[in-house]
Design a protein around this ligand. Structure first.
Ligand code: PLP
Length: 313
């Protein structure tokens, strides 16, 4: 990390990840990356964001993540204070300055606040920030090897008519309280329903079920995850039929294989639902084939962009 970035660790025992942030036009260490408390991104979860990862020095599907982010910003009627080229240059610079080969790179646009702190969102000056920290996984190595035990919570995900889940957002209280219900039940993670007997998604991931050789991922009420899209494309490449369609709790529990998909780790097996084995209770062959192909694509120039480490200075 460059000497010009001064780090001030807090007085408590918090150890911030060794990353770099860009906020209000400046690069800074993670412990110094702060927004005013009056930013509506904080006060009202009025923000959108995206996360792309870097694996072995290459961004994976940077163009797709940036396009989704720009679409989310537009859908929330925000104006990004940087253009697309500048945005991409900042993301490269963050990874380069942090000196990371494997990174979790988040870009955020908050509503900000109006110069006079009026209540009118049209007067707000939107804020852009981004950061790069070391790559992190949704599941531990041990969980990825044996598969997760996931709770299907009766809590419905926020209705898509209320908050559009295809606009990546921080409306996570349903997911967070779902996690508590999973932990209370002795499970490791959670998926929420839609209140009508179908499953939706979990905290940071989409869901797939495989039955009789065919994969299904919930079609609506979910973020259209980049990893979900990648999984659909790679399943097609593998000749495995897959569709986005309603997936009932019953169908999920009766599947031969279940896996989740996330930028924070790719496809990962779920081998127990509410403590009961899925299929034979072991990660299945479709999950294994898809996972191998997913990580292979991380070396393919058609799917990746080399980080410009010359921007470290
Ligand atoms: N669903 C939700 C609610 C998420 O927050 C995420 C990622 O953070 C996903 C699904 C998975 O999306 P992606 O594959 O783009 O990481």
């Amino acid at each position: 990390m460059p000497d010009s970035l001064e780090s001030q660790q807090p007085q408590d025992d918090t150890v911030f990840p060794p990353g770099v942030a860009f906020i209000d036009g400046r690069y800074t260490t993670m412990d110094q990356a702060k927004i005013p408390v009056l930013d509506w991104g904080f006060l009202r979860s009025d923000a959108t964001y995206d996360v792309v990862h870097v694996w072995q020095g290459r961004f994976f599907r940077l163009d797709v993540h940036v396009e989704r982010f720009l679409a989310s910003v537009a859908a929330l009627r925000m104006t990004l204070p940087v253009g697309r080229d500048e945005l991409e240059r900042i993301l490269h610079s963050l990874v380069a300055k942090a000196g990371l080969q494997d990174a979790y790179v988040e870009m955020v646009c908050t509503r900000g606040h109006s110069p006079s702190f009026s209540r009118d969102p049209r007067q707000a000056r939107n804020r852009f920030l981004a950061f790069a920290i070391p790559f992190g996984w949704i599941a531990t190595e041990e969980q990825r090897a044996r598969g997760l035990d996931v709770h299907v919570a009766p809590i419905p995900r926020i209705a898509p008519e209320s908050v559009d889940p295809t606009v990546k957002n921080y409306h996570w209280l349903d997911l967070v309280m779902g996690l508590y219900s999973a932990y209370d039940a002795g499970r490791e993670n959670v998926v929420l329903t839609d209140g009508a007997g179908n499953v939706t998604e979990g905290p940071g991931f989409n869901l797939f079920a495989v039955r009789d050789g065919k994969a299904t991922t919930p079609g609506r009420g979910v973020l259209q995850g980049v990893t979900r899209r990648t999984a659909l494309e790679l399943l097609a490449e593998l000749g495995i039929p897959a569709e986005a369609a309603p997936l009932s709790v019953e169908a999920l529990k009766g599947a031969d294989e279940v896996f989740l998909t996330s930028t924070a780790g790719g496809p990962m097996p779920i081998t127990r639902l509410d403590g009961r084995p899925v299929g034979d209770g072991r990660p299945g062959p479709v999950t294994a084939k898809l996972t191998a192909l997913y990580w292979d694509k991380h070396r393919d120039p058609a799917w990746t962009t080399d980080v410009d480490y010359a921007l470290a200075g």
